[in-house]
Design a protein. Sequence first.
Lengths: 358, 311, 435
Amino acid sequence: MFYREAGQFKNTYHADQAIFPIIQDRWFMALVLLVAFVVIPLWANEYWFQAVLIPLYIYAIAAIGLNILTGYAGQVSLGTGAFMAIGAYATYKLCTAFPDLNILIVFVISGFFAAGVGIVFGIPSLRIKGFYLAVATLAAQFFILWLFNKVGWFYNNNPSGTITAPPRELFGIMITGPEAHALTRYYVSLGFLSVMALAAKNLVRGRVGRSWMAIRDMDIAAEIIGIEPLKTKLMAFAISSFYCGVAGALFIFCWLGSAETEAFDIFLSFQIMFMIIIGGLGSIMGSIMGAAFITLLPIFLTNVPPMIGIPIATDLSKHIEEIIFGVLIVFFLIAEPHGLARLWQIAKEKLRQWPFPY
Amino acid sequence: MEFMENVFVLPFLDIADSPVFFLEVIISGLLSGVMYSLVALGFVLIFKASGVFNFAQGAMVLFAALTLVGLMEQGVPVVIAILLTALLMVVLAILIEHMMLRHLVNQEGIILFMATIGLNFILEGVGQIAWGSDVKKLDIGIPDQSFEYAGMLFNTLDLSAALIAAIMVTTLALFFQYTGTGRALRAVADDHQAALSVGIPLKSIWIIVWSVAGLVALVAGILWGTKVGVQFSLVLIALKALPVLILGGFTSVPGAIIGGLIIGVGEKVVEVYWGPAFGGAIEGWFAYMLALAFLMFRPQGLFGEKIIERV
Amino acid sequence: MKIRNLLLTAAGMAVCAVGIMESKIAAAEQFFPMLVYRTGPYAPNGIPVANGFRDYYTMINARDGGINGVKVSFEECETKYNTKLGVECYEKLKGKGATLFNPYSTGITYQLIPKARVDKIPILSMGYGRTAAADGRVFQWTFNFPTTYWSQASTFVKYVATQEGGLDKLNGVHIAHIYHNSAYGKEANPTLDALSEKYGYKLTKIAVDHPGQEQKAAWLQVRRKRPDWIFMSGWGVMNQVAIKEAVSTGFPMDHFVGNWWSGSEADTVPAGDGAFGYKSAALHGTGTDWPVIQDIIKHVYGGDMALAAENKVGEVLYNRAVLNGMFGIEAVRTAQGKYGNKQMTGEQVRWGLENLDISNAKLKALGMEGFTQPFKVSCKDHETGGPVAFQQWTGKGWQFVSDWITPITEVVRPMVEEAAAAYAKENKITPVNCG
C-alpha cells in the first residue's frame, strides 16, 4: 500500500515529504525512542535485556531485511538464516584475524559479505518466480550451513566446531564477549536497529523502493516503464542480505555469545518469515511489530500460568502455549490479513483528527 | 589434485567397478524417493485445490500417526484404529474449513500460508497433549525384512511403501482427471471467485481436498512411523518433501512422484559416490541444487502449468 | 471492525501485564534450576532425563530432609532443546538464585560456558558439551566429569582391541564412525584419527545430515565398504533409524557400538527385535536393582512399580540424570563441609565441584556401589578421565558386557590442553595456576 496520509494538510513540499507527515506519528516515534533509549535502561534488569529486548531488536533488523526483499521487492526467501550465518561467521573470522579492528566496523563489513553472497543466490530470481524462487534461497540455506559446518577454516579449526564471541572493546567499554554488560549490548543492538530502520524507511520511500514495488506488483509492466529487473532485484537481494548479515553478527556477538551452525537453521528463516507476515508485508514498522509479536508472545504465555499461581506440568503448559500461539495467529489473520502494520494504520486513521475518525 | 581426482575420476571407476552396487544405489534412491513423494503429495493436493501452501502437512502426518498408535495402544484392533483415524482426519478437515479457511476466502497465498502455520502449532500441541511426546513403535503388520536378490539388498517395507504409493497416486490422478469433483477442484485452484461464480461449492470442495490430504498424511504417517517410530521428528520430514515439491511443480500429482524419484536417486548417487570427496552429508543441499538446476530450464517445475505473463 | 477494537485493547492490556513477573526463591533452600525438554523432537530423550533429576531431588528431600538440613528446591524450564529458548530459561532461573546449571544440550552448553565465568554460576556438563573444558585451568567454571567424548572414543578403541585380541591386533581392522553432522557428532573424530595413526586401524567417517530420518546413503556406504566395527555418535531420531538400517543391512549388531547418547531405550525399542545385541558406551548401571533407585521408588512413588515404570525409572537416561543429580547434591555437600551447613552460593558450589571426591565408600553410602566408578576432581582436571563400560541391549534392558575401561589419557589429555590453550588465547583468558 502506498498512498499519502490525509487529514492533516500541508502547505509546503518539504512538510509533505516528511518521513512522518502526521503529527501524532512524530510524537509517537519520539516517545518510542525516549522509552527505548532512556526509560527501559533505567528500569530493566538482566532478564529483560538478555531474554526479551536484545533478541527482539536483532530479530527486528533481520525482519526488516527480509521485508525489503519479500515485502517490497516481492521475492520469496527462505534463506534468512544462512545470510545471518554469513554475517556471524564473517564477523568471527574478521575479528579473530584483525583483533584491533573496531568491532562496530567489523559488523558492517560482515554485512557486505552477506550482501555479496546474497547477490549470487539472487541471480536465479531473474528466471524463477514466486514460490519456486524459494528453491534458490533454500539451496543457499542448506549449502552455506553445510559449508560452515564442514570447513574448519571458518571456525578457526577449533575442535568443538563452534564460534565464540571474543572480548572486544571500544573506548574502554566491552562491546562483545562474556564480560560485556547487558546494557552495552542493548545499546549496540538498539543503535543498529534505529539507524538501519531509518535507512530502510528512507530507502523504500525513495526511487529505489518504488522500483522494488513496481517489480513486486508486476515485473513485466515495471520493465516496460524502464525499470531494470536485473539491477533492481539484485539490489534488493544485496540490501536485504546486508541487513540479515548485520543481524546475524549481532545475534552471536551481542546475544548468544557462542553458537554452532544449528542456531541458524531453516527454522530461524521460517521464524523471520512469520514475523514479516504477521507484522505486515511491505512495512518497516510492521517488521518491528511482527518481531515483537513472535518473540514476546511465547515468553508472555510461558510466564502467565506461574504468575497467576496455576501450577501446570512443564510439558502441558508448553503445549497449551503452542496451541494458544497458533490460535492467535489464525485469529489475527482472520481479523486483519494485512498484519499488525495495517491495524496500526487503522488506529492512526481513527486518531488523526481525534475525536473524529478520518 | 587429489580432490579433482576424487570428483572426476574415482567415482566413475567405482561405478564401473561394481555395476550391481550402482544399480542397488539407484533402486534405493527410487524407494527413498517414493517416501518423499508420499509427503509431497499431501502438499500438492492442497495447493492444487486451494492455492494454499500447507505448512501444517508435517504436523498432520504426526497427528495422524500419533492418533493411530495411541488408539492401538488402547487395544483397538489395527483396522478399526485406521478407520477411526481416517474419520478423525475428515473431521479435522471440516473443522479447518469452518474455523479457518471460510474466513480467509480470496486472500493472498502468503496469508493462507501463514494461517497454516498457526494450524501447525495447534496440531502439534493438541497431538502431543493427547498422546504424549514419547517415541512409540508402530507395527500394523507391514513386513519389515531384508533379502538379497541378484547381489542386491531389498527391504520389504520399502517395497510395500512403493506399492502403496503407486496405488495411491494412480487413484488420485484418475480422480482429478476424470470425475466432476476433480474438475471442480482444478477450477477452484485457478481462481476462488471465478469458481464460486460458476456455482462450484467452494466449501465442500475444500473439505474434500483437506480430507484427502489428511488421508495421504495418514498413509505417510503409517509408512514413516513404521520406519522411524512415531515421534515428533515426523514433522520434520516435511522438509524432505520441499525440494521434491519445487522440482515437480506445486500443482502436479505425477510431478510429485517423478520429482521424488529424481531427488531420491540423485541424492543417493551423489552421497554414495561423491560424498566422500566433499566430506559427506551433502545430500541435504544437493537436493535443492538439483531442483534449482532443473528450474533454470523449466521455471514452473517439471510438470507445473506453464506460466503465461500478460501486462 | 469490532474485532479490531478488541484486538487493540487486548494488545494494550498484554503490554501492561508483562510488567509483573519476577520473584525470588525463599531463603535457606538450595535451588537447582532444570533446563528440560519434555516437548519437541528430542522429547523421547528429554523426558527420562527430566524425570530423573526431579525424582532424585524429591527423594533427597523426602528421605534426608534435604542436604544437611538445607531443603532442595527446583524449577523446570522448557527449552525444547532449542538454544534460543535456553537463553530465556537461563536468565529466568538465574534470577531465581541458581547456583549450578546442567544444560543437557550441546548448543546451550556452548552458549553458557563463557557466561559461567562472569555470572559466577558453575556448569556441570556431564559427559557432553565442550571437551576442552576438561582443562580446569582455562575453564574454571565448567566441569565435564566423569569423562568426555574424546576419552570415550579412546575407550571404544580399547574395547574393540579386547574383542580383536589386543591393541596390536588393531592393525588392519576397519572401523567406521557414523556421526551426526554437527559440532556434537564430530567430537570423536580427532581422537579416532589420532588413535588410527597410533594403532593402524582403518577409519571411515560417514556423516549423517540432521535430523537423520533418512540414512539410506550412509548405510549403502557401509554395505560397500564393509567395516568390521561401527561407532556411532547420534542423537534423537538418528539413533532409531540407524539401528533399523543396520538391521536391514544385515550388519552384525554386536559390532555396532553407540556412544553414551546413542544407547537408551528410546533408541532400541522402535527397532523391535532387530536391535538385540546392539551395544553402547555407558557411564553407569541401568535397571532398578540399585539401592538409590529403590529409595526413589519408595519415597517418590510410594512403592508403586507401575507408576515408576511409567515415569521411566531405571532407564538409561533416567539413571544418568539420577547420577547427575547426585553429583550436584554432593558438590553442595562438599562445599558445606568447608563453608557450613547453609545455602551455598555459586562460587561455593564451584569449590564443591572442584573438590568433589566420589570414593567407593561414598558411593556405597549413597546406594550407588557398582552403579558407577569412583573419581576425584581436581583444579587442573575437570574430567578425571573416568572409565567407561560397554553395555548390550537384550530386548528388555541393558547389560554390561565389558569391564570398566580406562581412557588412553596420554593421547587425549595433550589434545585437551592444546584445544583449551587455543580457546584461552582467542578469548583472552589467563589460565589459573593450580599449583
